[in-house]
Design a protein around this ligand. Structure first.
Ligand code: NAP
Ligand code: GDD
Length: 356
């Protein structure tokens, strides 16, 4: 039985990766942070208490900011593969917590690579790199050869991790790969990332629990895929003969305004936008469903400058031809399907809140 160690196991990607690896017959060890209340909601449906029977998922307390703890876990678990998903992953928050972001997102990776090197074992390593490295300063489709121009403390920290992964691969002949993943979403996405903020926020307005949803820059566009498709690509990278870096994306970009319209249409109403800049509003232009508390003409989307970033990444769209050719990977789930899945879940949660 192969053993995998996942940092960031309680996050969106960690939860899908655990499901995939258990399905493939791995014994999985996940590092979770100590928290003052439960933080395992995304994996509770998989985790079985050891008193209730056999379990191939083991959770260990740890933090990528703690070298001693990382070294000890790696030497005790002796994994075949390590997936480093742990990070302060919110770009806007990184402007407010730049030092912590550098510690977790840059030095965290170094700590793991050093522990692998010192273990003298052949451990394959996956680093969660990001399309944020590109900074979105060109409109072209981005691939493994494109220039990195990071535009946030998060992206700068991740750039260090990208290069230290390449450096350890070349200097110590380690099997270490960067997955340069473009945005990927799911019903398990954190509530403050834009897609989930929209599906959750519109569901609350639909049921009359809120009146408005305050947003930032609606002109930005992203290349959105499904987290389930993307964790499969992570696993494929570690199953290759030699370690390489891969871009993972859908190749389709959508702007925030259009995602809002898509989410509304999945709920049975339409939104139009009027006005400009901070005065722009999104209003209900048509209602198809009978179940909502919405009123035609109601202004529900407003702009709050608090959600603008000191520097913006205006657009990102990826080219994953290399992954298609070498990994035989391509995305299976469309943005329409992702949005539908997210809307269905958020409608259910908000409807339940209303009844309670
Ligand atoms: P996420 O939902 O924010 O999950 C991040 C995980 O890291 C959580 O389990 C979190 O623990 C954990 N973590 C944070 N700081 C830590 C620390 N100091 N020590 C140990 N664990 C820590 O992020 P995600 O969307 O799953 O993304 C996974 C990784 O891929 C991240 O590195 C992210 O930067 C990168 N990435 C994501 C995307 C995307 O679109 N989702 C695209 C490219 C790259 P808590 O649950 O306790 O907070
Ligand atoms: N979060 C948020 N909230 N974003 C908003 C809002 C808002 O109210 N209004 C507009 N946006 C815009 C942001 O300015 C950004 O241009 C875009 O929506 C996407 O924001 P996020 O969903 O927060 O994601 P991100 O692209 O900044 O970062 C995500 O993807 C990266 C890969 O490209 C994160 O998952 C990163 O960890 C990941 O590396």
């Amino acid at each position: 039985m192969k053993k995998a160690l996942i940092t960031g196991v309680t996050g969106q990607d960690g939860s899908y990766l655990v499901e995939l690896l258990l399905d493939k017959g791995y014994e999985v060890f996940g590092i979770k942070r100590r928290s003052s209340s439960f933080n395992t909601q995304r994996i509770d449906h998989i985790y079985k208490d050891k008193h209730l029977g056999d379990n191939n998922l083991h959770l260990i307390y740890g933090d990528v900011c703690d070298s001693l703890n990382i070294s000890r876990i790696i030497s005790e678990v002796q994994p075949d593969e390590i997936y480093n998903l742990a990070a302060q992953s919110h770009v806007a928050v990184s402007f407010e917590t730049p030092e912590y972001t550098a510690n977790a997102d840059a030095l965290g990776t170094l700590r793991i690579l050093e522990a692998i090197k010192n273990s003298k074992r052949e451990i394959k390593f996956y680093q969660a790199s990001t399309s944020e490295l590109y900074g979105g300063i060109t409109a072209e489709s981005l691939n493994e050869e494109s220039l990195f121009t990071p535009r946030s403390p998060y992206a700068v920290a991740k750039l260090y991790s990208y290069w230290i992964t390449v450096n350890y691969r070349e200097a110590y002949n380690m099997f270490a790969c960067n997955g340069i993943l473009f945005n990927h979403e799911s019903p398990r996405r954190g509530e403050t990332f834009v897609t989930r903020k929209v599906t959750r926020g519109l569901a609350r307005i639909f049921y009359g629990l809120d009146q408005n949803l305050y947003m930032g820059n609606l002109d930005a566009s992203r290349d959105w895929g499904h987290a389930k498709d993307y964790v499969y690509a992570m696993w494929l990278m570690l199953q290759q003969e030699k370690p390489e870096d891969f871009c993972i994306s859908t190749g389709i970009k959508t702007n925030i305004r259009d995602f809002i319209k898509l989410a509304a249409s999945k709920m049975g109403f339409e939104i139009e936008f009027k006005g400009h800049g901070l005065e722009e509003v999104g209003y209900v232009s048509n209602i198809i469903t009978n179940d909502s508390k919405l009123i035609k003409g109601q202004e529900i989307i407003k702009i709050d400058k608090a959600y603008f970033r000191p520097l913006e990444v205006n657009e990102l769209v990826g080219d994953s031809s290399k992954a298609k050719e070498k990994l035989n990977w391509s995305p299976k789930i469309s943005l329409e399907q992702i949005c539908e899945e997210m809307v269905a879940q958020d409608m259910m949660i908000q409807q339940k809140l209303l009844k309670d």
